[in-house]
Design a protein around this ligand. Sequence first.
Ligand code: FPP
Length: 235
Amino acid sequence: MAELYIPEHVGIIMDGNGRWAKKRGLPRQVGHTYGAQTFRNITRYISKQGVKILTLYAFSTENWKRPAEEVGAIMKIFHQYLVDSLTDFRDDDIKVVFIGDRSAFSPNLIQLINETEEVAKNRKGMLLNIAMNYGGRDEILRAVKQICKDVQEHRSDIDSLTEKDIEKYLYTAHQPDPDLIIRTGGEHRLSNFLLYQAAYSEFYSVDTLWPDFKPKDFDRAIEEFNKRSRRFGGV
Ligand code: FPP
């Protein structure tokens, strides 16, 4: 079989933690705990496959609507994960950054987020974007506001603005767009993930629930990606 092309930037919508727990008669938050384990294992595996950028959707701007108990449990998991992540991924040389509006988190969590980025900032391996309190529309709104300010204060000129300029205002500034977006849990929608950046991403949905997602499932997504013909609007 011909060598498979490994996409440069992969995004993953980690869905199905709640259903995974429900199937086992467990509280939803137990699914998130197992989901966090998958998060670590899969990140390591993907970095070894040669992917340059991995963006994982951990918590959306809409996820605050969930019951307070579940949101609280997710925040606890993030907190624990971040404490561990100060050393996690070091051996794999993975650089960790957070995309999204971190101002909504507790001061403690914000401090941990900042520290995690700081300890990882000189690493040269895969870039891991963790999308937390991230929403594609919120990201675009934030970019529009910043562009308006720059125009008002004469740092930018309306008539010469290009699509490339808009990219510079996104959380993912200077990163290539995702080539492949994987969604676990069987749904076929983007759910506000990387709306601007996903214009020409290949979308791959798999029924597997996130806690069950294994390296072989990722390999399957890559095989499927290799069968796609990407034309970017051309012929
Ligand atoms: C999706 O499943 C998962 C979430 C909305 C949140 C949490 C994600 C994790 C805990 C993964 C680990 C991330 C980090 C940064 C450690 P769902 O609850 O929407 O599942 P359902 O569709 O079955 O209800």
